[in-house]
Design a protein around this ligand. Structure first.
Ligand code: NAD
Length: 265
C-alpha cells in the first residue's frame, strides 16, 4: 500500500494544529488521504490554517482547558467529517521559569493546558471511539519530561505527566481496541522555540545534540503519523523519542583536541 493511501477514508483531529508540530502533522495526514480537523484557540485562527491545508479540512475553535468547548468541537468534527479514527494532541504552552521563581498560578496554567487539557481531549474523543472499538491516539510529550533543562519547572512536570498519561490511556483503552502512544521531540524549529530560544540557548542546543541541529516539524510529524498508521497496529504505550540523539548522549568531547593528551591514544 502506498503512503498516499494509508489514511484514505479516515478522520483525524489535531489539537494545536494551527501551528508548528500540529500543523505539520495535519498537513501530512491530509497528504496521506485523511479528512482532517484542526482544533486550536480562536486567536490562532484554526479555520485559516485548515484552509491552507485543503478546502475540505475543518477548523475548530476551542480551548483545551474547557471541557464543554472541547465536547462541542469534537461533536462538530464528527458530524461534519465522520467518526474520528485518529487523534493527535499537540496543543501546548511553554514557560521559562525556575523552581524558585515560578508562581503557583503560572505552574497551574502550564499544567492546565499541557496535562489536564490533553486528558480532556483524549477523554472526549476516546469515549466516542469506544463504541466503534477502534482508534489511534498520539500525545505530544517532550524529552523535557525526563531529561531536565534548567528553568523549565512547570513545563518539565507537565510533559512528564503527558508521557505517563499516554501509558495509562494505553492500558485502559487497549481492551476497547484503542492504541495510545506518545512522541517526545527534542528541540524542533517551530514558532514556540523561535519565541523562547535566543542565541545562548540555540548554541547550547546545537552543542548538545549529536546531530548538531534542531529537528524540523516534518521529522516529528512523520513519527506521529507512523504511530497512527496500521503499520504500528501492535504498538501501544510506547514513547517514541525524536531528538537527533540528544537523550542517548552522555559525555562527548572533541577528539581532535584530545589527541596527544595523557590517556588518549
Ligand atoms: N518545538 C519543540 O521543540 C517541542 C519539543 C518538544 C515538545 N513540543 C511540544 O509539541 C507541541 C507543539 O509544540 P510547537 O512547537 O508546535 O508549538 P506552537 O506554539 O507552534 O503550537 C502550539 C499550538 O497550541 C495551541 N494552543 C496553546 N494553548 C492552547 C489551548 N489552551 N487550547 C487549544 N490550543 C492551544 C497554540 O495556539 C498553537 O497553535 C507542544 O505540546 C510542545 O510542548 C515541542
Amino acid at each position: 500500500m502506498s503512503d498516499a493511501a494509508r489514511f484514505a477514508g479516515r478522520v483525524a483531529i489535531v489539537t494545536g494544529g494551527a501551528s508548528g508540530l500540529g500543523l505539520a502533522t495535519a498537513r501530512r495526514l491530509h497528504g496521506e488521504g485523511a479528512r482532517v480537523a484542526i482544533l486550536d484557540l480562536p486567536a490562532a485562527r484554526p479555520s485559516d490554517a485548515a484552509a491552507r491545508i485543503a478546502r475540505t479540512a475543518l477548523g475548530l475553535e476551542a480551548d483545551v482547558t474547557d471541557a464543554h468547548q472541547v465536547g462541542v468541537a469534537v461533536e462538530r468534527a464528527t458530524s461534519m467529517l465522520g467518526p474520528v479514527d485518529a487523534l493527535v494532541t499537540s496543543a501546548g504552552v511553554s514557560r521559562v521559569g525556575n523552581v524558585l521563581d515560578t508562581t503557583p498560578d503560572e505552574f497551574a496554567r502550564v499544567l492546565a493546558v499541557n496535562l489536564t487539557g490533553t486528558f480532556v481531549v483524549v477523554q472526549a474523543v476516546a469515549q466516542r471511539m469506544v463504541a466503534r472499538r477502534r482508534g489511534r491516539i498520539v500525545l505530544l510529550g517532550s524529552i523535557s519530561g525526563t531529561r531536565i533543562w534548567n528553568d523549565r519547572a512547570a513545563y518539565a512536570a507537565s510533559k512528564g505527566g503527558v508521557v505517563a498519561l499516554a501509558k495509562s490511556c494505553a492500558v485502559d483503552l487497549a481492551p476497547h481496541g484503542i492504541a495510545v502512544n506518545s512522541v517526545s521531540p527534542g528541540p524542533i524549529a517551530t514558532p514556540q522555540t523561535a519565541a523562547l530560544h535566543g542565541p545562548t540557548i540555540r548554541g547550547a542546543v546545537e552543542a548538545a545534540v549529536p546531530m548538531a541541529r534542531y529537528g524540523t516539524p516534518d521529522e516529528v510529524a512523520a513519527a506521529v503519523v507512523w504511530l497512527l498508521s496500521d503499520d504500528a497496529r501492535f504498538v501501544t504505550g510506547h514513547d517514541l523519542v525524536v531528538d537527533g540523539g540528544l537523550t542517548a548522549a552522555a559525555i562527548r568531547y572533541d577528539r581532535g583536541r584530545a589527541d596527544g593528551e595523557r590517556g588518549s591514544s
